[in-house]
Design a protein around this ligand. Sequence first.
Ligand SMILES: Nc1ncnc2c1ncn2[C@@H]1O[C@H](COP(=O)(O)OP(=O)(O)OP(=O)(O)O)[C@@H](O)[C@H]1O
Length: 268
Amino acid sequence: MVTAGKDRGEIIAQLQGVDFSYGANKVLEGVDLTVRRGDYLAVLGPNGGGKTTLVKLILGLIRPDAGQVRVFNAPPAQTRGSIGYVPQYTNIRPDFPVSALDVVLMGLATARSFGLRVSSAERDRAMEALTLVDMTDCADRRIGALSGGQRQRVFIARALASGPDLLLMDEPTASVDAHARFCFYELLAELSDRVSVVVVSHDLSIVASRVTAIACVNKRLHYHPGPELTTAMLELMYGGHDGHKCPVMAFAHGLPGIMVPPHGKRHV
Ligand SMILES: Nc1ncnc2c1ncn2[C@@H]1O[C@H](COP(=O)(O)OP(=O)(O)OP(=O)(O)O)[C@@H](O)[C@H]1O
């Protein structure tokens, strides 16, 4: 079901020289990004910086004004099945009458006709996906009765059920408390051995998890192939320059797990 054993390092998604505007509002400019098999990439940036727009481009929901987006070297609209997408958390009615397992089975719905009975093989596949996110105990529980963090795991299982090559998540920890968030990031690190992971987040603490790379987006994209936030990245995200540090930069310099080289000693 998942992609363990495939060629680590193979290019899965690639953006080259991408510009995108909503009308007169230029949101992304000259964006280059390569996602490879085995990556666990955190995409950070301020509100309105263009992170969700980047996600939509990779999903092929919108097309760039300039440059190109390729997924497995094809237009993303043709290779959508290779991406498991976990959208930003949306409220679910607590009395919504579907179980966690039903939700995961929905991830297989495109692979079979709606309305057909679920086969035992599909059920096994859905349970396997729930095992990957450590949620088998909750398979029969109502989705609306689960905590925000548990629900997120079920939505990840739904995205994994069809065996994607890339797990793409937009703000998955919005409704998850600090402790559960740490466990959640550990889970993503474990999953990245089987499926490449790209996580859009506002949460700088993700950098202290086992991410393999960071991309900071604020119209332009700054990529760093390691789990460090560089000074250049913080400047891109939050502004400020030597002698006029913004509060986030001052904070980040003292945050355990976040390594910011001294000013004037930049990684990139
Ligand atoms: N459908 C749309 N039509 C017009 N403008 C849009 C649309 N979607 C986003 N924008 C604008 O594009 C810019 C980038 O938005 P985007 O959602 O990509 O940012 P983001 O980094 O994901 O922000 P956030 O962290 O707040 O979710 C913002 O100025 C936003 O107002």
